[in-house]
Structure formats: C-alpha cells, structure tokens
Design a protein around this ligand. Structure first.
Ligand code: FE2
Length: 197
C-alpha cells in the first residue's frame, strides 16, 4: 500500500540565512511604518525598501540567491524579479488578518529576530471534505491550517496565493519581518498564451 501526494503546497524554509540579522533588524527598525488596519500589524510606508538604500540592495542580492534555490526546489526554471519589498511591525498582543498577495507568484518573509514568533497558513483547497471529520494524525492530506514557528534568521518562500497571517504576538518583543513579492520574468507559457514579462 502506498499513499501518494498528487498535489501539494510547499514552503521553502531556509534557516539562519547568510545575512547580518542584527544589522537587518536595525534596518527594519529605522523605517517608517503606517497602520493599515486599526490594532493590527503595521507595514512600512514604502513597498520598495530594498531599492532605497545600499544596504537594501545588498539584502536583495542575498535574497535573490535563496529565491533562485527555492525556484529550483519547486522544480521550475525561470528568471524572476523581486518587485515589492516592505517591512512589518507587530507589537505584543496583536497579529494580522489572513491575506494573500494577489498579482504575484511568490512571497518571501524573513525574520531577523524571533521571540517564539509564528506565521499561520490557511488552506483554501477544494479537495478537502466539507465534513469536519475528526483527525487522528494531522498531516498535509487533512490539514486546513498550518502554524509555522520561525526562528531568528529564517527565510520562508511560498506561493503568493497561499493565505497566511501573522500569528498573535504573545511575546514581549516587537515582531519585525521583511517581506517581498516576486514575479516570473522572461518568456512564459506557449502558443496563444505566451507572454514576455
Ligand atoms: Fe503577507
């Protein structure tokens, strides 16, 4: 007997990436944040933070290396570009609402420092039963949400369409993350559906 995975959603999880985490935390702390929703996580005013300083450009180069590795891991071969980049700031006692990043292919989130921070992914799969059947072993065949604990220096790369939210910050530390959105570049598709991005 075998249980085959015929379709699945993947998150590429890099540990302790080759970036100066303390310096990047300071970089994030010094940006301007705005409140998009009352009592929820804040985000930077700019969505081009990796274009606006020399250090930002350095971070982008390092991210490019990991994004390329993740794309290979997902089994694709394409050029890409990190188009948008922003910081999030989440005070103790708050989180974010569930959201997806429309108009993009991949999303990355990086955590220069974690005090037991979490990100929650929610499934929108239509292949799961409408019955709320009791689960004995939680796995990728039956899960509707996935709580991922992140550590200082972690980088996550996942499809932008996967719904996710910043878990309630239950620590006494302010939670900072650096997020990016990515599009494929170059010749995509075939015949009447091809496009050059
Ligand atoms: Fe997000």
């Amino acid at each position: 007997m075998s249980l085959k995975t015929i379709f699945s959603t993947g998150i590429v999880h890099f540990k302790n990436i080759n970036l100066n985490h303390n310096k990047t935390l300071s970089f994030l702390k010094n940006l301007n944040y705005i409140n998009t929703y009352l009592n929820l996580s804040e985000m930077t005013q700019s969505i081009k933070i990796l274009e606006e300083s020399e250090y930002g450009k350095t971070i982008k180069e390092i991210f490019n290396y990991y994004v390329e590795k993740a794309i290979n891991e997902f089994g694709y071969k394409t050029n890409f570009e990190i188009l948008n980049s922003w910081g999030t700031r989440t005070n103790p006692g708050i989180g974010s609402h569930p959201h997806r990043h429309l108009n993009f292919w991949l999303t990355t989130t990086y955590y220069p420092y974690s005090d037991n921070f979490n990100i929650i992914f929610q499934s929108e799969r239509n292949d799961l039963p409408d019955f709320d059947i009791p689960i004995e072993n939680f796995n990728s065949f039956n899960g509707r949400s996935f709580n991922l604990n992140v550590e200082s220096g972690d980088l996550l790369i996942f499809p932008a369409k996967v719904q996710h939210s910043i878990a309630l910050n239950t620590s006494n530390s302010i939670r900072y993350s650096l997020a990016t959105n990515i599009i494929p570049r170059g010749f995509i598709g075939s015949r009447d559906s091809h496009i050059f991005l």
